[in-house]
Ligand binder design. Structure first.
Ligand code: DGI
Ligand code: FE
Ligand code: FE
Length: 202
């Protein structure tokens, strides 16, 4: 089991550029920390974290081409924003190139960029670890979001999605349907929690 993880890490080191490899290690270990906190399988978290961006090194035209070659469905939105395809192609590569044949890990990779409504614990962990890992520095609110990830994962995901949507709206104005559905779902959870907190404090 340890050799499996070390082998994958060594392979990724050769494939990814140094910054992406650092990010990959950061996501992997952060996912393990969150798995310890929330009682998720540590091996699944470490592997999903390691492999989540395994298709990120391909240029966008190649992502679309490789997806077509492997009969991976490309939506109209992905056609216009092919960077999103690194998640779907990565999920395929985890099984076919890295021999990790675990559908739960594949889904955690597949939904790491957009999220989705009603994510599994593993999916939530990888989605969150991708945003808060120690090498990430771009988001302004990371100092607030990082501790939140270890206090209330759903609430943290709501905050990450709100920020991501804000950022994306500023860029293109159009949002992927899966991302929009996911945001609606976690916003609903957030509102319900706020409502029940209000009742309890009365
Ligand atoms: O692969 P990473 O850089 O670690 O992070 P990521 O997989 O979350 O995001 C990859 C890129 O995808 C990033 O430049 C932002 C963009 N992105 C994320 N969600 C959406 C999106 N782009 C579009 N167009 N629509 C989305 O919903
Ligand atoms: Fe990614
Ligand atoms: Fe990533």
């Amino acid at each position: 089991m340890i050799t499996e993880i070390i082998d994958i890490r060594n392979k990724l080191k050769k494939k990814l550029n140094p910054d992406r490899f650092e990010h990959t290690l950061g996501v992997s270990y952060t996912a393990v920390c969150l798995a310890m906190r929330y009682g998720c399988d540590l091996r699944q978290a470490e592997l999903a974290g390691l492999l989540h961006d395994c298709a990120r090194q391909y240029p966008v035209n190649e992502l679309a081409e490789r997806c077509s070659r492997h009969q991976i469905e490309i939506t109209a939105y992905e056609q216009k924003n092919p960077i999103l395809l690194h998640a779907k192609l990565g999920a395929w590569m985890a099984g076919h190139k890295y021999h990790v044949e675990d559908p739960e890990i594949a889904d955690a990779i597949r939904y790491h960029t957009t999220g989705r409504a009603g994510m599994t614990l593993l999916e939530k962990i990888v989605y969150t670890a991708d945003y808060i890992e120690p090498r990430r520095y771009k988001a302004e609110n990371l100092s607030r979001i990082r501790p939140m990830a270890f206090q209330d994962l759903d609430e943290c995901i709501y905050e990450i999605m709100r920020d991501t949507l804000e950022y994306l709206k500023g860029r293109s104005g159009v949002i992927d349907e899966t991302t929009a559905d996911a945001y609606q779902y976690y916003r609903e959870l957030h509102n319900r929690k706020k409502e029940s907190d209000r009742w309890q404090s009365q």
